[in-house]
Design a protein around this ligand. Sequence first.
Ligand SMILES: [Zn+2]
Length: 415
Amino acid sequence: MMRLSGHRPALRAALALAVVAALALAVVAALAGPAHGAVSAATQTRTRTVPRTLAATASLGALSGPSRVVRPDFPVAGDVRVVALNTTDGPGRPVAAAPEVTASTAGPAIVTRAGWGADESYRFDAGGHEIWHPTFFHLQKMIVHHTDGSNSSTNWAADVRAIYYYHAVTRGYGDIAYNYLIDPLGRLYKGRWSGPAGSRNQSLDTPTAEDARAWSVKAAHAYGANSGTIGVALLGTFSAVSPTAAARAELAALFAWKSWRHGIDPTAWSTYTNPESGDQWFTANIGGHRDYVATDCPGDVLYGQLPAIRGAVAAALEDWSGPPGAPMLSARRATGGVRLAWTAPVADGGNPITEYRVYRGTSTGQESLLATVSGATLTHFDTATERFHRYVYEVAAVTVAGEGPPSEEVSARAG
Ligand SMILES: [Zn+2]
């Protein structure tokens, strides 16, 4: 969302802030109030019924298949028993007792890594080399976890620090394995580092968990399915008890923003393809850890609440009034140029799409307006190309309420 350069960054930032605030309010209202019954009804009518055996079969096949992952995928990274860790004051890291909650222009209000006291030295070995360089992929799926730890704490930031220490140092990953964490008070914590590789400057970590192309950083929360997914962990154990309403509302608010931002239908099922290994699962776009790996995570109770959470996200998107969300864009080489195709945003703010704006550049952040097409058009054939040259593209939807955020950046060589 926060583009370092490119088209109209100030407008985009202001837009993002307004959208996020409204989405968060809508979701909180949907989850907290008597509208809960309406949310469930919406879920039933919107959720496609998929046999569980189908997902299970796909999962088993993928697990037993050969791994072609370039970088080792950390096994069952999440689900740490933080009860065994020192969660009273964290692993020797002096920080303020209360986490610093910072408003963000790029998503729901988030406790930054600086806010919860991440010691960035854990990401580096004794020689000063970064242990786990950040890599980024197109977002396909959102995956829910629980941390399998205590449901009570007087200092949740300390719990986050303890999990970070366990993942980064004890297990040697070099970072925390989740993209985001949420505590029972509904506070959202930034997880895995998504700033520049090798940097320890916490002000450069992106609160979006994305890079300048709006691709999402790979974490280590679901073995074999970490690329192109984000893992969000609710702090606690939800096998027999429910997460708090505040935590569920924050989870839905995060997913509503991500859905709006990336053109993901929160109630749909689709094939996830690991962009590194090629392994596939047929799963809900908002799913649980157990949909990918043999695990109890995120706990029976929380897992059973996922349909309601998807419904709340969908309701928030349907009720959204504001600029449209981002299309989902793809590009492929074709004789004479590059063919682009995209999906309509999952939230149009109640207004018809008047046009789509196609942006093109030769490198990230350098895109400029290439074409404007009608709101009924979902393709563009770029023939103003030089053969074999690589181009990068983004598409943004426009309504009377303004221009929405751009799609994730895609690239293709011209034919
Ligand atoms: Zn998990």
